[in-house]
Design a binder for this molecule. Structure first.
Ligand code: DGL
Length: 276
């Protein structure tokens, strides 16, 4: 049993992407204390092996437990796809059985039915997430009649991490992956952004997808799902501090994190450096 009101909510991503999730979470649950951890020094995760993503993610989870988090959101699709299940099943029971670690894929796949009218859904994600087939497997459980087509976008995270999301250079890579997705299935009527970095490219993606195609951002879906989770799990909710504190940690340069991170979350950030 967790003690009452002594813990934070931890949000983890390989870099800046999780800030797009935190932003949405803050709009539905601003009262809690949040600790954000971005492993910018080792991003991107999307092209790394299962073993590496699992190792890095477990290190981050341990660190967030040390930083007094009782609930951690892995706000990274790649880490959710490659590490979450192992952490939940093998590590959590040994490390901290009363604490919780959640991901970003399940909240979206549960609602896949509401995304597409004609049952043809596209997913943009990292190579790691696409190769794991996590979206296909999870969506099949809830909505077996939906055809899921995935496209890996290996250049999109580096563009975002390097502050190039608005540049003309980004247009080339956004158009390239959109063309590749629709060449696999030109009946797709909706596309889910299955990487937390991609909302920074949202305006370009919306501009270049075929007319009428809906682009779905996962942040608000994850935020609503967390809200419902806390309503259902009072033992976790009661363990959370409600002082509206936000603390940001990065494994790389704070200066860089503050400059780029503030564009993700839409407010100034003052981060601290941490090693995992
Ligand atoms: N933001 C992460 C995701 O949602 C991936 C970024 C990376 O490749 O590190 O998949």
């Amino acid at each position: 049993m967790l003690p009452q009101s002594t813990y934070n909510i931890g949000i983890f991503d390989s870099g800046y992407g999780g800030l797009t999730i935190l932003k949405e979470i803050l709009s539905v649950a601003p009262q809690y204390n949040y600790v954000y951890l971005g492993d910018n020094a080792r991003a991107p995760y999307g092209t790394r092996s299962f073993e590496t993503v699992y190792k890095y993610t477990l290190e981050a989870v341990r660190k967030l437990f040390d930083l007094d988090c009782s609930l951690i959101i892995i706000a990274c699709n790649t880490a959710s796809a490659k590490a979450l299940r192992s952490i939940q099943q093998h590590d959590l029971p040994l490390l901290a059985p009363e604490k919780r670690v959640l991901g970003v894929i399940r909240p979206c796949t549960e609602q896949a039915d509401s995304f597409t009218h004609n049952k043809n859904l596209g997913i943009f994600a990292t190579k790691g997430t696409v190769n794991s087939q996590s979206y296909e497997i999870e969506i099949r459980k809830f909505s077996p009649d939906i055809s899921v087509t995935s496209q890996a976008c290996p250049m999109w995270v580096p563009l975002v991490e390097n502050g190039e999301a608005e540049s003309e250079g980004a247009d080339f890579f956004v158009k390239k992956e959109i063309a590749a997705l629709f060449s696999q299935n030109n009946s797709i009527d909706s596309v889910l952004l299955g990487c937390t970095h991609y909302p920074l490219l949202l305006s370009k993606i919306q501009e270049f997808v075929p007319a009428g195609v809906r682009v779905i951002n996962q942040g608000h879906i994850v935020a609503q799902s967390l809200h419902r989770y806390l309503n259902r799990h009072q033992e976790i909710e009661q363990s959370l501090l409600q002082e509206r504190k936000r603390v940001f940690y990065t494994t790389d340069s704070c200066e860089h994190f503050n400059a780029i991170g503030s564009t993700f979350i839409g407010e100034p950030i003052s981060s601290q450096k941490i090693s995992l």
